[in-house]
Unconditional design. Sequence first.
Length: 30
Amino acid sequence: MEEPEIEAAVPDTDPFVIRNVTSVRESPRR
């Protein structure tokens, strides 16, 4: 059952997550 391992790595490199982090870094809260 190596599916859970891959699933855990998916969110880590998910384009949505990366975009969220970049958005916060580019447009930090004031």
